[in-house]
Every structure is written in C-alpha cells, then in structure tokens.
Design a protein. Structure first.
Length: 241
C-alpha cells in the first residue's frame, strides 16, 4: 500500500518537557488510522505537528512523499490535509451555510462555486436542513458535525479528526460513525484521535498507541485489543470507564 503520510522520528519539546518523543508511523492511502492513549499522551500535540501549528523539535513529516514539517497550517491545508479541533469553534454569529462557504473558498474561484461546494458538503454531513441556523445555537452533536463539514469543504485528501465523537449521545454517535464511513468510501484518508474505544475498534484499519509522548504499540484493532502493554497502560482503564 502507498503511504500518504509518514511521521519519522518526530519529537516536540516545550522547554525541557517532551510532549512527543521520537514517534514514527505511517498512514496508508484510503485507510483509517486511530491515534489512542491516555490523556496527556501527546496525541493532539502530534496532530499540531502534522498540520503545521508546531514545527517538530526533531524528525520530519512527509505528505505524499513531500516534506511538510517546514510549512504553515494554511499551506498544508492547501496541499490537502484538513483537520477538526477537540474544542469546536465555529464562526458563531454566522449561519451554518456561511461557515461552510468560508472553508470552501480555499478551492473556489468565486462565491457561487464556494456555495455549491458548501451545499454538497452539508447534504453529505446531514446538515442541510440547518443551513440557515446561526452556528452558536446548534446543539453539540451538530456543532461537531459542522466542524467536520468545514474541514471537508476544503476538499482534502486527508482528514485529521480530533475527538469528533466526544460528548455525543448514542443517536448522534451512530450518525457520526456513518459519516466517517462515507468519508472513507469517498477515498479520503483519515487519522483520528478518539477515547471512545467501541467506535475506534469498529471503524479503524490500524491503531497507533501513545503513552507519555512515545509510541507504545501499533497494529490492527484485534492486535491492539490483545496487547498486554496496551491493556496495562490504557485499555484496561478505558474499558472500565
């Protein structure tokens, strides 16, 4: 399989603290790779290195064979990597439609084209009926979905999802899982951070486990579920939660 993203020996230090330490893995084109681990394991920091919010202190990140660890977030987004954030921050005074149009301008020549992309994306994420709603009045489940829609409107080849299922009820969870599966069917590669283990085990092709900023394990969901080190460090705690 072709590696779309390669993380090679990446470390990120804040002062003397290593938030991420010598982490290497790859994400194959078209797959869903989950990044799991206890709180403070370095998952979001690693996302921030991949999409250019932080340069790596050591190591490098390649996207489709091209070095991107020296680029800014907007440049990386233009290359084809979009992301969502753990704390959703839509453009609160704007409608759902205008939020998605704003993202669609990355690939659009004019407002008409951006609006077409936005409408298509809202239908895909089951938000079209809320297109005129002011985004700050949306319930959490739909705000999380709007975050995904905004990322998708940039027409990415790869999507980074940071806890897109956190705080959702059972019905919202099922809708979001279905959307993630549809995104994969469109050929978009996904890397996801998530604590909801049933979701991760159901949708992931492979899993990378971080603990204290270092890679603890990597494998299929079945391999990770049976890994004694992962059970001790994380899964036992997560499954009992």
């Amino acid at each position: 399989m072709t590696a779309m993203l390669e993380v090679k020996g990446v470390s990120r230090f804040f002062g003397g603290l290593a938030a991420v330490n010598d982490v290497s893995f790859h994400v194959n084109k078209g797959e869903i790779l989950a990044l799991i681990g206890p709180n403070g394991a370095g998952k979001t920091t690693l996302f921030n290195v991949v999409d250019g919010f932080y340069p790596p202190s050591r190591g490098e990140v390649l996207f489709k064979g091209q070095l991107i660890s020296n680029r800014k977030p907007h440049q990386i987004c233009k290359l084809g990597i979009a992301r969502t954030f753990q704390v959703v921050k839509p453009l609160q005074r704007m409608s759902v439609l205008d939020n998605v149009i704003a993202s669609a301008f990355l690939r659009s020549k004019n407002k008409s084209e951006a609006q077409d992309i936005a409408v298509e994306t809202m239908k895909f994420t089951d938000l079209y009926d809320d297109k005129d709603v002011i985004s700050k009045s949306l319930p959490l489940g739909k705000r999380k979905r709007l975050e995904i829609a905004r990322a998708l409107a940039t027409r990415p080849e790869m999507l980074l999802l940071d806890e897109s299922f956190a705080g959702l009820n059972h019905a919202e969870l099922n809708v979001s899982i279905e959307i993630i599966r549809k995104i994969k069917e469109k050929g978009i590669t996904i890397m996801i951070i998530e604590h909801h283990m049933k979701v991760i085990m159901a949708i992931s092709d492979r899993i990378v486990v971080l603990s204290y900023g270092e890679k603890l394990a990597e494998g299929t969901p079945a391999e990770i579920r049976e890994n004694p080190a992962v059970i001790e460090a994380y899964l036992g705690e997560a499954q009992n939660a």
